[in-house]
Design a protein around this ligand. Structure first.
Ligand code: PHB
Length: 419
């Protein structure tokens, strides 16, 4: 399947005839002089056309791996819509080349994600990979990406290791590390919410890492953890887990849930009375704009921390949220913003590299230098880890005109993952 993200129009990779390639070869000396992996098949070959040149004149193939089913389906759709919006604004061009997207469903099974990533890299010969929602998929495909020297721009998946112990020059993350979405709130939570609490979340890398990051700052502030509860990912029945939390009689609970898990957890926490007994707080995914309409009044008043909010008053955010609303007839979400920025990273890096996807060192350097005023505020890549450096905000779900939205009420500062 080869088509523009989210669009109906199918675009095939540009096919060049041998004659076309030879014509291109004559005008392409500068690209060849840049060297790169295709350098061996140089102009001296009687009939062969250098791979580097062929690659530089065809469209740039971007493999997009995102969930289009199950618990994180909406996240995948939102990231896709954000990416499309940015690529459209760039006219589907970067570094003088046309951009083509090939989408695959990441699923929630990391083995499926690995299979799809292999198909995109080895079967479709993509020039770049982008996407990934789940930490488990990011961990599963890390070695494949690294060993195949495929540049990957992560648009969500926060698994700490991929920009720490298992970091790779080929991996850039414009979204967040899991640590960045929970560590920043621990001290504030201790001072303003509760001196003791129950923690929990979906039982996989993201839930575990968020809770461990929260505990790091909360325990350092002398907070006390009463218990930890980890329901499976893509869960439907939270009753036993909510009962387990209630038995500990917490004043507050700090939890990581996202997508349809966040909708079900909040709904059932209200149904079984937990929301009347305890304050609900978490990384902002818990009550993000994708799930808020379904959660309704149950989410009202919930505090969370995140690196963006729909209501963030910045000119770049006003422009982005307006353009997104006009294009898709729905509100933007943090995932849409991350997709928009991931596409911008790709476009800007390709522009700097003059569209050369064969010279990986050049493309990596170009990408590492990308920095801009995002709808969330200033973003840049940490030169050591390639993880984004960004501001984290405190938000509360409030009534804004006729709808519920996350309203930023405090800026927790700029956070760089410890690496
Ligand atoms: C993750 O698996 O890293 C993840 C998934 C969904 C989120 C945030 C993080 O909303």
């Amino acid at each position: 399947m080869s088509r523009r993200v989210g669009g109906k129009k199918r675009t095939r990779s540009l096919r060049l005839t041998r004659r076309g390639l030879l014509t291109a070869a004559l005008g392409g000396a500068a690209v060849l002089a840049g060297g790169g992996a295709g350098g061996r098949g140089g102009i001296g070959r009687p009939f062969g056309i250098p791979a580097v040149l062929a690659a530089s004149t065809a469209s740039v193939k971007i493999g997009v791996l995102l969930p289009y089913s199950k618990v994180y389906q909406q996240l995948g759709e939102d990231i896709t819509s954000g990416m499309t919006l940015y690529f459209e604004s760039a006219g589907w061009k970067a570094g003088g080349r046309t951009l083509t997207v090939i989408k695959e469903d990441e699923d929630i099974d990391p083995q499926v994600a690995l299979r799809k990533a292999r198909k995109l890299i080895e079967g479709n010969n993509v020039d770049l990979l982008a996407g990934l929602v789940s930490s488990a998929s990011a961990l599963a495909i890390r070695d494949l990406v690294h060993n195949s020297k495929t540049l990957l721009v992560i648009a969500n998946a926060g698994a700490n290791a991929v920009t720490r112990a298992r970091r790779s020059p080929y991996i850039f993350r414009i979204s967040f590390s899991n640590w960045q979405t929970a560590f920043p709130i621990g001290g504030w939570f201790y001072e303003n919410v509760a001196r003791s609490c129950v923690v929990g979340g979906s039982d996989y890398a993201a839930g575990r890492e968020d809770i461990s990051a929260f505990k790091e700052s909360y325990l350092a502030s002398q907070g006390r953890i009463l218990g930890e509860v980890y329901p499976p990912l893509n869960n439907t029945d939270y009753a036993p887990y909510i009962a387990q939390m209630q038995r500990l009689r917490p004043e507050a609970v700090f939890v990581f849930f996202a997508g349809s898990d966040a909708v079900r957890f909040v709904g059932q926490a209200a149904q079984y009375g937990l929301l009347k007994e305890a304050r609900l707080v978490g990384p902002g995914f818990l009550v993000e704009e994708d799930v808020l309409p379904a959660q309704g009044k149950n989410a009202l008043g919930t505090y969370s921390c995140l690196h963006w909010a729909l209501t963030l008053q910045k000119p770049e955010n006003l422009a982005f949220t307006r353009a997104y609303r006009d294009r898709w007839k729905r509100e933007a979400t943090v995932y849409a913003m991350q997709g928009y920025d991931a596409a911008r990273v790709i476009v800007e890096a390709l522009n700097t590299a003059g569209g050369d996807t064969v010279n990986k060192t050049g493309l990596i350097e170009a990408m590492a230098s990308v920095k801009f005023a995002s709808p969330r505020g200033a973003v840049a890549f940490d030169p050591d880890t390639h993880n984004v450096i960004q501001t984290v905000y405190l938000r509360q779900v409030r009534q804004v005109k006729d709808a519920l939205h996350n309203v930023v009420f405090h800026d927790l500062g700029v956070f760089r993952d410890p690496g």
